[in-house]
Design a protein around this ligand. Structure first.
Ligand code: AMP
Ligand code: GLY
Length: 425
């Protein structure tokens, strides 16, 4: 098969690594890719926002499957355009992609199909939003309706903070005409992933992200500083409740509406005293959760993508490695704020020699044989282990062999699982 992957982050490097391992693949490209992805696929300098150019490339090169990594092209309708051109594409089309690109769309779906979520209201002007916040009090959550690269959500501890967030969002910080104000959900936060074919969904292994930039979960929110799989927080009972109350009703609701969801459904869920409640959907793999899932997935991923595209998941089975996987994100100092690009990274080959370690590139370029940082999140240092504790030890052993003075990472990725493993003895 000829396959084209779209994207350039660590998620896409992990996907590229997994796709390249499939015996079904004869030719494999990635647009635009990065220095790490270039080891797995031929990187092509295509502008992914230019759908006509992507279609043209697919036709010229007889591409039989396009796999879309990030949310932006999904929200822009790239799957609709590829499908209309007769090219198979993995990922939701534009309307179901609104599960991520519009908070209001998701909230309305939850109401229509009884999916548990926080109480909420949608607003199109600042005054009504402010009045509502004053009537509800704090803590309360203010969300811009559209895609905002993780920056559109403010969990306000005070009414004042909520008012400031409303002012910022309506002043066009996110160029948005709508804000959702949501009940604050106390509890532990988990991510849940399912592969969907429009009719049915099969759960992927569980994974846990670390959103805050610094150790002990402090500092600003990021795209994710590390992840591990499986997570002890998702017990079998919680797993079943999430499938029955959140994932399957969403898939059947979207089908009933005539806009079936195909692709990866990624639910952000709060484990509350009243059970799991949805606080957001994403419509693609998590980054860096994807990296640990790919390390643990034993099945060939290409037939899974094809089955999802073709509505054939009903009798499909995915097999997972029993070992745990963990990834540490190495980011440029300053991230998620301003950071430097173009700094040199050494020691990667040596680091990759640590037992079970796999290093995925999230934001790198190669220049005259040297690897340079080219983004905020730059490397994902991943490892497997019999336990999360063992995977963590190996990942940090590899991190310590990387020589990159301008980079940093958290030193406590996997702490919840490590604590749970210690308690179990
Ligand atoms: P998001 O950008 O949608 O991933 O949201 C950022 C973070 O805000 C999430 O990871 C949650 O920790 C938090 N969050 C979102 N909605 C709620 C809510 N209703 N209650 C409490 N925390 C929330
Ligand atoms: N790791 C969080 C995300 O992919 O949105």
């Amino acid at each position: 098969m000829h396959i084209l992957l779209l994207g350039s982050g660590g998620r896409e490097h992990a996907l590229a690594w997994k796709i390249a391992a499939s015996p079904l693949v004869t030719k494999f490209w990635c647009a635009p890719g990065n220095a790490g992805i270039a080891r797995e696929a031929e990187c092509v300098a295509l502008d992914v926002a230019d759908h006509a150019a992507v279609i043209d490339f697919c036709k010229t090169n007889a591409v039989e499957l396009v796999v879309v990594g990030p949310e932006t092209p999904l929200a822009a309708g790239i799957v609709d355009d590829l499908t209309a051109a007769g090219i198979k594409a993995f990922g939701p089309s534009k309307i179901p992609a609104q599960l991520e690109s519009s908070k209001g769309f998701t909230k309305a779906l939850c109401t229509e199909f009884g999916i548990p979520t926080g109480a909420y209201k949608r607003f199109t002007n600042a005054k009504d939003a402010r009045d509502y916040v004053q009537s509800q009090g704090a803590p309360i959550v203010v969300k811009a309706d559209g895609l905002a690269a993780g920056k559109g959500v403010v969990v306000a501890k005070t009414v004042r903070e909520a008012e400031d967030a409303i002012a910022m969002m309506f002043e066009g910080a996110f160029d948005d005409a709508e804000v959702v104000i949501e009940e604050f959900l106390p509890g532990r936060e988990i991510s849940f992933f399912a592969l969907c074919d429009g009719e049915t969904a099969i759960p992927l292994a569980s994974a846990q992200d670390h959103k805050r930039v610094f150790d002990h979960d402090v500092g600003p929110n990021t795209g994710g500083m590390g992840a591990y799989s499986p997570t002890p927080l998702v017990t079998p009972a919680i797993h079943d409740a999430i499938m029955a109350k959140i994932i399957l009703p969403t898939v059947s609701g979207m089908k009933q509406r005539g806009t079936p969801f195909r692709g990866i459904l990624y639910a952000g869920i709060m484990l509350t005293t009243q059970g799991p409640k949805l606080f957001e959907f994403n419509v693609r793999f998590g980054d860096p959760e994807c990296q640990v899932l790919m390390l643990r997935m034993m099945s060939d991923i290409v037939p899974a993508f094809l089955a999802a595209c073709d509505g054939q998941l009903k009798n499909f089975d995915l097999r997972w490695h029993p070992d745990s996987a963990l990834t540490v994100v190495m980011a440029a100092k300053g991230y998620p704020g301003d950071y430097q690009k173009g700094t040199r990274i050494d020691g990667l080959d040596d680091a990759a020699k640590v037992d079970t370690v796999e290093i995925f590139h999230a934001g790198t370029v190669e220049q005259d044989g040297a690897i340079l940082a080219n983004g905020g999140r730059v490397l994902n240092v991943c490892a497997l282990g019999k336990t999360v504790t063992e995977a963590q030890m190996r990942a940090y052993q590899a991190v310590d062999r990387i020589n990159w003075p301008e980079g940093f990472c958290r030193r406590d990725i996997g702490w919840q699982a490590v604590e749970a493993e210690k308690a179990k003895g």
